[in-house]
Design a protein. Structure first.
Length: 324
């Protein structure tokens, strides 16, 4: 039994070696060609036939995501980088009055143009094949974040904590996009040195004796189930997720240094709830990483800004009006 378990544990690495060997690539090309003939596909960005993402669009997104950049400006619901005793959250006092410093967030790119369309297709339209393209994009931002979070040599490992997907989204999609990416990064050994992946945060269970359908209609300050974030404003997003996550009892993560990982940053409410859960369990959260940050007037995402790779696409418009 032990031998069988060990063999099963080695299967992902063996499959990766097989798939990316010369013979595996040849077989994959043949299967792709057959699939294109049986069930035609087109580029999710430009609609060029035969591939989910054509080489031209892929190259453009790669160039736009080579240099991760700070994305916390304008995400008004983000928590403080280092909360101090007596600190009041931003909704109670202005950030300017308190010298508020938000949690550092690194983004690989802007949620616009080709990157936005690729993420939407991967998350909501069943294009799980795009994980192979998006994994290195996210991995680049992870490496930059871990270097910033723990620059001193010999420090304990930084734990990369994905924002948990909701049971509702799992039922809808049949998979968890963020975890799919993170597991792929882990299997391909693309995790930053001095880091490890752990799903430390989960959605808090509801009170015993109440059905899930009834529970979703109730409003609890703790242990509640969050509904969809799409279409909610800053305050609505914050109220919607507050108290919906847990990382265990107080002190259970004492001495653990974390970086939170999500796919898209809008207001920062979901990141804030994940950070709250980790800190309540005793963890230190040094920052967060996202694949993309939504353009907003408060952020420096104009086409003329050289600081934001790929921002020119935001100026041209992409037909996407909100995060899905």
């Amino acid at each position: 039994m032990v031998k069988l378990t060990a063999q099963v544990a080695k299967l992902p690495a063996r499959l990766d070696r097989l798939l990316f060997s010369p013979a595996g690539r040849t077989a994959a090309e043949a299967v792709t060609g057959l699939a294109a003939a049986v069930a035609p596909v087109s580029c999710v960005v430009c609609e060029t036939p035969d591939r989910s993402l054509c080489s031209g669009c892929a190259a453009g997104i790669r160039r736009a995501t080579l240099h991760p950049y700070p994305a916390e400006e304008g995400a008004a619901a983000l928590p403080a980088a280092e909360p101090e005793p007596g600190y009041l959250p931003p909704q109670d006092r202005s950030r300017e009055d308190t010298g508020f410093v938000p949690l550092p967030v690194l983004a690989a790119g802007t949620y616009a143009g080709g990157l936005a369309r690729t993420l939407l297709a991967f998350k909501n339209r069943g294009h799980t094949d795009l994980a192979v393209f998006l994994a290195p994009v996210l991995a680049g931002a992870l490496h930059a974040a871990v270097r910033s979070a723990c620059p001193e040599p010999g420090a304990p490992d930084v734990v990369l904590v994905p924002v948990p997907g909701t049971p509702r989204s799992l039922r809808k999609r049949g998979y968890q996009p963020l975890m799919l990416l993170m597991r792929l990064i882990e299997r391909r050994r693309l995790l930053p040195a001095g880091s490890r992946l752990a799903s430390l945060v989960r959605h808090a269970p509801g009170p015993p004796g109440i059905s899930a359908a009834r529970f979703r209609c109730l409003d609890f300050s703790r242990g509640r189930v969050a509904g969809p974030q799409k279409g909610l404003g800053r305050s609505g997003r914050r109220r919607n997720v507050h108290g919906s996550m847990t990382a265990g009892p107080a002190g259970s993560l004492e001495g653990c240094t974390c970086v939170v990982v999500d796919d898209v940053l809008t207001t920062g409410a979901t990141l804030a709830e994940t950070v709250r859960a980790l800190r309540s369990a005793g963890a230190v959260v040094r920052g967060a990483v996202v694949i993309a940050v939504t353009p907003a007037p408060a952020r420096n995402t104009s086409p003329s800004s050289a600081a934001v790779p790929g921002s020119a696409a935001a100026g041209n418009g992409n037909g996407i009006t909100g995060r899905e």
